[in-house]
Design a protein around this ligand. Structure first.
Ligand code: FAD
Length: 477
């Protein structure tokens, strides 16, 4: 008989418990990836992440082929596809690593019950998070709503189990089931090819993920705590897109930060781990509040008077708000499929508080354009900025896009990279071109309203309006 490994957001060979367990069964192993239909519940696969998924699957298929094995691709509802594969291969066992989005969990629970009822063995394993969201409990057995005590609980739990080594052999079946050609899934953009810069920057796949980790440990971790807020510094790990599809496990990352040279200070290591734990915390929130992506965690925000304004929404999406740091971030997102965390917060605050546009519009745009789009981290972060989330930043803390820019991009390097039409402005004006005297604008080749937009709202005024709307809600923090 045969053992099936159903791969999902665990596109790696190393530290893959489902794969290792399947190999240990001593039966031939068939690894399959199922492209499941997407709807509002499952959360549609964003176009940018579709690009990543294509390359990630290709890379995994290559790695399996190097071991004499294969990756079988099928599409359709998972339960039907698994039934077919079981019939075709005579498999008696299915292994998978758990997922934690509500729709995925519901599908998996049903499948597990059905397989067991049919007399098959179905095993689910951990590995997508540092800890199972259901197992991190408060002293009274409840769930966490505040990050710091959650972090302390993780710290108390100690290091996650050491990662498993990648297999060096996989027993193959005599006959392989058919696989759909990856190209037929049309995950890559056709025309226009908006993903052309992605390939220059990113290396999807397990190898690329491991290289990123090693690069970060060597060059980014030292000084991380202080440097991580500066978007031009390139000092963060850039591992989020690899994590989103499970090309690397958080346990591999955590263990990568143990036993490092003394030159790397423990405060940098702890701070980095704390960020990694925000990912677990986001899943903890999603696990206990499955509507996190669509509903305000704090229901008092349900009556917030969001403004519907397509023109302003588009200006934000296209990086034409007239606020350089917001525009640089939105253009980085479009060109590179990512945005620095500090700028994500500034751009999200601008959409929600300066434009008073519903955070769900921002969540949807990020989901479609971020290579690291993640149902938990994205929704939790948007609600954090909106003030509607668990342990959120209070609504009245409104980012000033000018002073934030000046503080975190003091020499304008980030602006000059992504908003080149402002490149010739001096540092003192690059975050406030609308205050530049006419001769300086002329010298820098800028015509406001033509080569670069005038601000679409006045921040001071917009801030007051947002605060008034918030006060009318009488939300307690
Ligand atoms: P590093 O600084 O190197 O951090 C290491 C890892 O920790 C990251 O790879 C990530 O997995 C995790 N992490 C760091 N910060 C956070 C955080 N605030 N919340 C959850 N996990 C975190 N992150 C996503 O992975 N997917 C998203 O869809 C996403 N959407 C976001 C939307 C908004 C509005 C905001 C403000 C933040 C969002 N983040 C999201 C969190 C964060 O911006 C990214 O994880 C981070 O920028 C990724 O870069 P990095 O890998 O270099 O991070």
């Amino acid at each position: 008989s045969t053992t099936l490994v159903w791969l999902r957001k665990d596109l790696r060979l190393g530290d893959n418990r489902a794969l290792t367990a399947a190999i240990q069964s001593a039966q031939p192993v068939i690894a399959a990836y199922i492209r499941e239909p997407q709807d509002a519940d499952t959360g549609p696969l964003g176009a940018a992440q579709g690009w990543w998924l294509h390359h990630s699957l290709k890379s995994l298929a290559n790695d399996l082929e190097k071991l004499g094995s294969r990756l079988i691709l099928r599409s359709g509802p998972a339960a039907d596809v698994l039934d077919t594969l079981i019939k075709e291969t005579g498999a008696n066992t299915v292994h998978w690593n758990r997922r934690y989005d509500p729709a995925g969990m519901a599908i998996d629970t049903q499948i597990k019950t059905r397989l067991r009822q049919a007399g098959l063995t179905a095993h689910s394993h951990s590995g997508f998070l540092l800890h199972e969201p259901s197992q991190v409990k408060t002293g009274t057995g409840g769930s966490y709503r505040v990050y710091t005590p959650f972090w302390r609980a993780i710290e108390r739990a100690g290091d996650p189990p050491p990662p498993l080594a990648a297999p060096d052999t996989i027993k193959t079946p005599e006959i392989w089931p058919d696989s759909e050609p990856l190209e037929s899934w049309n995950l890559l953009p056709t025309k226009p090819n908006w993903a052309k810069t992605f390939a220059e920057i990113w290396s999807p796949g397990e190898n690329g993920a491991q290289q990123r980790l090693q690069h970060f440990i060597k060059h980014g971790l030292k000084g991380y705590r202080r440097q991580r807020d500066f978007p031009a510094a390139d000092s963060t790990s850039q591992l989020s897109a690899h994590l989103a599809l499970g090309e690397i496990s958080p346990a591999q990352i955590w263990h990568g930060t143990i036993d490092l040279p003394d030159a790397i200070e423990s405060e940098d290591i702890v701070h980095f781990r704390k960020e990694l734990v925000w990912r677990d915390f986001s899943y903890h929130l999603l696990f206990h509040f499955p509507a996190l992506r669509s509903e305000n965690w704090n229901a008092k925000f349900d009556s917030f008077p969001w403004v519907k304004n397509q023109t302003r929404l588009q200006a934000w999406q296209q990086g034409r708000t007239g606020y350089p740091i917001v525009d640089a971030g939105m253009r980085q997102l479009w060109q590179h499929g990512t945005m620095h965390n500090r700028v994500r917060m500034i751009a999200a605050s601008f959409l929600i508080k300066d434009l008073m546009i519903d955070w769900r519009e921002g969540e949807a745009w990020f989901r479609d354009t971020l290579l690291d789009a993640d149902p938990a981290s994205n929704a939790a972060s948007w609600q954090w900025v909106a003030g509607s989330g668990a342990d959120a930043s209070p609504f009245f803390r409104i980012f000033n896009p000018i002073t934030q820019g000046e503080k975190f991009d003091p020499d304008g390097a980030y602006i000059r990279q992504f908003v080149p039409e402002l490149a010739k402005l001096p540092n003192s004006l690059i975050h406030r071109p609308f205050e530049a005297p006419a001769p300086i604008l002329a010298k820098a080749g800028i015509v406001l309203g033509s080569t670069y937009p005038e601000p679409i709202v006045d921040h001071k005024h917009a801030r007051e309006e947002a605060l008034a709307a918030y006060k009318a809600l009488s939300v307690d923090d």
